[in-house]
Design a protein around this ligand. Structure first.
Ligand code: ADE
Length: 234
């Protein structure tokens, strides 16, 4: 029983996208996870397969019809593992975090709902008790890219997807600090040298330097993460 992603979308051709490449693509081919798209258009009403209508109360844009989305969700649910959460990608959602990705990777799968236009009829959200998740404070034209962001972050945490070296690296975000800078050969490039400590062979000194760089970077760029990090120290 592989971890199963389902995506309800008007643009099934947007998938797998980059999820079909590199690590996530290899894992998909190896059967470590599955990806099913549910084409919303197929559930549309009438000859033109209409999926949306004007907002009640007036205003700009269009709203996805609850009957159409409801039918798509029921169909998705029939082929999803029991206990897989239903998530609607929306800028109104709770912010997506690494902690959320870690939790979602322990579930049997996920069903993602991609909106377009002004959004989803609120009754569908209430009826199916759908969780709303945002990938950040900006507005995309639709949920497809946001769904791919979530899936990429979750799939790399599934057992067997990353090698041991990379899984250890995930730990460094778990301490709540930003990553230290990295360097590789050549030792000098455009008049810039690799920090000598990294070539010293002194592993203790390297660790101390990296930790200091991580802390400095976090303080400068992410005072919010820095405060949270301080709060988790004994
Ligand atoms: N759909 C449109 N904007 C979005 C965002 N920021 N996060 C998730 N889904 C979205």
């Amino acid at each position: 029983r592989a971890w199963r992603a389902q995506v309800i979308t008007l643009f099934p051709e947007a998938f797998p996208g980059t999820l079909g490449l590199s690590l996530t693509g290899k894992a998909l081919k190896d059967g470590l996870w599955q990806l099913n798209t549910v084409p919303l258009r197929a559930f549309g009403e009438g000859k033109h397969r209409n999926v949306d209508d004007t907002p009640a109360g007036g205003g700009a844009g269009m709203v996805l019809r609850p009957d159409v989305m409801g039918a798509a969700i029921e169909t998705a649910r029939a082929t999803q593992h029991a206990g897989a959460p239903l998530v609607y990608l929306s800028p109104r959602g709770r912010p997506f975090t690494q902690g959320m990705a870690r939790d979602l990777a322990t579930r049997p799968g996920i069903t993602l709902i991609c909106g377009r236009f002004e959004g989803l009829d609120q009754r569908v959200i209430d009826h199916f008790n759908i969780a709303e998740v945002s990938i950040g404070d900006y507005v995309l034209t639709g949920g497809e890219i946001a769904a791919q962001v979530m899936l990429d972050a979750i799939v790399r945490l599934l057992p067997g997807v990353l090698g041991n070296a990379e899984s250890a690296e995930e730990e460094s975000f778990s301490d709540g600090l930003l990553e230290h800078p990295q360097y590789t050969r050549p030792a000098e490039w455009q008049g810039r040298a690799i920090p000598p400590v990294l070539l010293s062979g002194n592993h203790g000194a390297v660790e101390t330097w990296r930790r200091a760089e991580s802390e400095k970077l976090t303080q400068e760029r992410r005072p919010d993460l820095w405060q949270a990090h301080l709060g988790t120290e004994d």
